[in-house]
Write a protein that binds this ligand. Sequence first.
Ligand SMILES: Cc1cc2nc3c(=O)[nH]c(=O)nc-3n(C[C@H](O)[C@H](O)[C@H](O)COP(=O)(O)OP(=O)(O)OC[C@H]3O[C@@H](n4cnc5c(N)ncnc54)[C@H](O)[C@@H]3O)c2cc1C
Length: 603
Amino acid sequence: MKTKPSTPVVLYWHRTDLRLHDSPALHSALRLNPSIFIPIWTWDPHYVYRARVGPNRWNFLLQCQNDLSASYTKLNPKQKLWVVREAPHTVLPKLWKRWAVTHLVFEKDTDAYARERDETVMELAKEAGVQVIVEMGRNLFDPDEVVKRNGGKPTMSMSQIEKAVGGINSGRPGGVVETPERVPDPWDQERMDLSAVEQEGVDSTGDVNREYRMKEDAQYVKIMGPGEDFGVPTLDEIGIGSAQVSTPHKGGETEALRILEGCIQDEEYVGRFEKPKTSPAAFQPQSTTLLSPHLHFGSLSVRKFWWDVQGVLEDRAKRKKPNASIPTNLPGQLLFRDMYFAAQAAIGHAFSRTYGNKIVRFIDWHLQSTDIATSGKKQPGEKTYTVDSEEAEIWFHRWKEGRTGFPWIDALMRQLKQEGWIHHLGRHSVACFLTRGGCYVSWERGAEVFQEWLIDHEEACNIGNWMWLSCTAFFAQFYRCYSPVAFGKKWDPEGELVRHYVPELAKFDKKYIYEPWKAPIADQKKWGCRVTGDGSQSESDGMKAYPKPMFDFDERRQTCLDSMKHAYDVGLHGDDARVKDGSWREDFEGDENELGNDVEYIS
Ligand SMILES: Cc1cc2nc3c(=O)[nH]c(=O)nc-3n(C[C@H](O)[C@H](O)[C@H](O)COP(=O)(O)OP(=O)(O)OC[C@H]3O[C@@H](n4cnc5c(N)ncnc54)[C@H](O)[C@@H]3O)c2cc1C
């Protein structure tokens, strides 16, 4: 029987906080003055096999983990990030038994899956007599507290969240806590060794990421990893080839702090930052901070981001220099993030879908999720949606692959696939186009693609913004629509973004760069690209080919508007009985309302 030491043995569980700086949870863990300190990551099969993750986000995660592990080793050569390969609820009880853990400490996570997982873990810890400490640090304000102050309701607008957080420390987040300068030792090598601990079998059936695996993955061959050293997994172990990683954006706390520092140094940028004035066409460098993936993985503290920016704004205000204001300034952007987290926290699992979700308007989209199509019955096979229209299915795939024939949309979708990040207004353009402003395809299909490809994918923000753009929640002005031609032209008259990400059009005159199908054939030939076909061929007549537009945008736009107006008139939400039992169809049979000419393009 191993004896427990007199001072705490602390198991620190990293999840949403791949950093050492400003981590209230880590700070609390170290304040316990542990005799033994073990910072771990549990490589959870749920995220590995059930959440869509493309190679770029895997790579970003591994970079964050390697950076953190190296930072621990710098503080204490005996330390690192100890990665354990098993589901948390099965492995943690084994760890606290083997390592005589007295305290389990982690950062609060209000995502629906995480909440359930943590409740299970806390119950198990209680049974085992392990004390659990949970600290908020992932958001500016605790989402549950925000919901409470919003009358128990999801925060659906900026004014609601501003009012709710106004009552928490006058709308100022908790102060930044210091970065540790040293960390205690883990157990000695013999006690850390888990080779005698039996690993729970992992069920990889229904692996949603299998299309990316070039070979069988080796993530779960041993509980301490294939090298039996608790190492951070490699792309190879995940079954992904390094050539599949195409993003130039780098993960890790070191990189996050470097980017933040660069922004903060530029006080004019911080002071005058107004989101609607930042260009969606800017790349290398982009016009916004690109700190979102770091906020997602917690390689940057959102509170530090807020306080550093606030410091600049207050200093400028003292010197009577002009500052942009909420919600378009940087603190406003961070508050939008909190708004979606609090909305998600109030709704739980149903937040991520239409079916059963009280805040989402029901629209008769094409390619509805299977739960809607089958009235909540078990989904047949692995399909997440039902193909009600072959044409819409083709449009959806052409949108995803960046071959719609609208260069602005295609450039953005290719940038998204290659690099895992596009500007907010670029996201607006492609999301509007897929849903209410072109294809009339369910926002849930778009959200799935973003989940797979974004390096900054954040469930609350992704889902919330897709609802906003599809005018199903948060925003209702469905007659305001992004033109795939005029909007790009306004921001980037020369078409630089298109030339870069759709290189077959690189030589087109700017007059035709957003409407290449209008270019005379002689010019197309001169510029080395024929505008023809549906994008399935990359060449035609011995030269490059770019597709013709997949539909007449103005016509589609009007059809979408008519249908949106009708759906708004019907007025169903995701939790209505008619949505649940399938009788919603009766309200949408052959009905085409005329909207006249009240189309308003956002350009
Ligand atoms: C359809 C769609 C899907 C989106 N999916 C995600 C997602 O999965 N993850 C994600 O972090 N953001 C998402 N966004 C919001 C926004 O586009 C990104 O946060 C932003 O573009 C990130 O770039 P940045 O870090 O340079 O932002 P900046 O403009 O520099 O803003 C600073 C930070 O504020 C936060 N922020 C800014 N705008 C928003 C917003 N509208 N909603 C929530 N937070 C915001 C982000 O954390 C961002 O890093 C989505 C937007 C749309 C329209």
